[in-house]
Design a protein around this ligand. Structure first.
Ligand code: HEM
Length: 427
């Protein structure tokens, strides 16, 4: 037999073997009564996601067609999408430990090593218990100086743009990375990497390749999420100037018009910045940074009041983004209205767990308070100095990618111009 013929025989046998395995996996896939699009043999609904990047509207379309609970198959893998807090509670609350979907955990592990995000079981429980005290509010308030430094650093980066349009992703990542290194690692980034340009190279490294384990662990769980959340808030402030007016007049009232107008933000200040708080919450609702999170179902779990069951070893995708835009949970869901989160606003009496930008249950975000405190300090620092003008349009913000941290494909673009009102003698 010639070598070419032998190679052909091996190739055909291998393909037949693979096909047989794929056919077996397909035939034994998890079944469900939950509605969803028609499937193709072996591929399931994988073609729905063939066009990359996958944008938010892809899941929104399935939601409007199939209702509050729907399914799709990626090959033989059954994925059940949940958009109602009652169903989310069934999966995420309760005494059973929650497991990250193994495929996603493997991907995270490839980039980050064994971080809290990617591990499961007893190891996760031990790590979480050890880390939690470091994220108590009294501990976080010790970082106020570093958060204020982060705000001033971002202002310096914006000043270099001299009032021209800026794409915020890189400056925000640079700021958040410095802040995480200074607070959580406890080292000034300047000591490790003197010079702005070398630091910028690290930001590129983190952004593009994800090479260094510890840096990337921080980058994925803390830096990128905070940067994208800030990007959405700054774009929203540009697009909705009436809310920016409210935030700035609150800052002007609170910090006064004297020589210490630009002083550092304190924990007491943060507690009083109601407009910034409401703007951040509404942005987190409308432009959910972590739009969905997959979990492995460890036992048959009844859903929709017992009408359906999520079979053991299927995947549930908690679609926080769809829940936040559900008209029954948030009236006029597409309207940017931070007033919902102000005193007397409709979101103040919302259904339990309907608003969950940081997740729900035992595996909810450990960095929630850290992120909120840091973002408020940085926003209070920028908004006293700059007026944000719109760049990325509302339509472009809607064209955001489904990823661990969402971001618009056209980037976070704004223009920052110095405010006229800042007292000239302020520090
Ligand atoms: C605005 C910024 C942030 C957002 C929107 C966010 C959101 C989330 C969400 C939705 C989850 C998953 C919850 C779930 O599984 O249902 C999560 C998990 C996690 N986040 Fe955040 N996060 C942010 C900032 C941070 C920061 C600053 C840190 C660290 C300093 C951090 C560390 C983590 C870790 C370690 C986990 C995994 C927790 C576990 O599995 O036990 N996050 N985050």
């Amino acid at each position: 037999m010639s070598v070419a013929l032998a190679a052909c025989v091996v190739l055909v046998s291998l393909s037949a073997g693979l096909l047989a395995v794929a056919a077996w996996l397909w035939a034994t896939r998890r079944r469900t009564s939950i509605p969803g699009p028609p499937t193709l043999p072996l591929l399931g609904n994988a073609l729905i996601f063939y066009k990359l990047p996958v944008l938010w509207d892809r899941l929104a379309e399935l939601h409007s067609r199939y209702g509050d609970i729907f399914r799709f198959y990626v090959g033989p893998k059954l994925v059940i999408v949940l958009t109602q807090p009652e169903d989310v509670k069934c999966v995420l609350l309760g005494s059973k430990p929650r497991q990250r979907e193994p495929y996603v955990a493997d991907v995270l592990r490839t980039f980050m090593g064994d971080g809290l995000l990617s591990i499961n079981g007893g190891t996760w429980k031990r790590h979480r218990k050890n880390l939690e005290p470091a994220f108590h509010i009294e501990e976080l308030e010790k970082f106020m100086d570093k958060f204020n430094d982060a705000g001033r650093f971002l202002c310096e980066l914006l000043a270099e743009k001299k009032g021209t349009e800026v794409e915020l992703y890189h400056p925000l990542m640079h700021t958040a990375l410095r802040s995480v290194v200074a607070t959580i690692v406890g080292v000034d980034l300047e000591w490790i990497l003197p010079g702005r340009f070398r630091q910028a190279e690290v930001v590129d490294l983190v952004t593009d390749f994800g090479k260094t384990l510890s840096v990337v662990t921080l980058a994925v769980s803390g830096v990128e999420t905070t940067s994208c959340a800030m990007g959405y808030v700054l774009c929203a402030l540009g697009l909705y100037p009436e809310w920016q007016d409210l935030a700035q007049s609150e800052l002007d009232d609170y910090f006064g018009t004297g020589g210490d107008y630009l002083r550092s933000v304190t924990p007491a200040d943060v507690a009083n910045l109601k407009a910034i708080d409401a703007i951040m919450k509404e942005t987190g609702r409308l432009f959910t940074t972590v739009p969905c999170m997959p979990y492995l179902v460890t036992e048959d779990t009844p859903l929709s009041g017992g009408r359906h069951v999520a079979p053991q070893r299927s995947t549930v995708l908690i679609a926080y983004y769809l829940m936040h835009r559900h008209p029954e949970l948030f009236p006029e869901p597409d309207k940017f209205d931070p007033g919902r989160f102000l005193e007397g606003g409709s979101a103040k009496s919302r259904k339990a767990y309907s608003y969950s930008p940081f997740g729900i249950g035992a595996r909810k975000c450990i960095g929630n308070r850290y992120a909120v405190l840091q973002m408020k300090v940085v926003l209070a620092t920028i908004l006293r100095r700059y007026r944000i003008l719109p760049g990325t349009s509302r339509g472009q913000l809607e064209e955001s990618v489904i990823s661990i941290s969402s971001h618009p494909i056209t980037g976070f673009r704004v223009t920052c111009v110095p405010r006229e009102k800042v007292p000239s003698n302020s520090v």
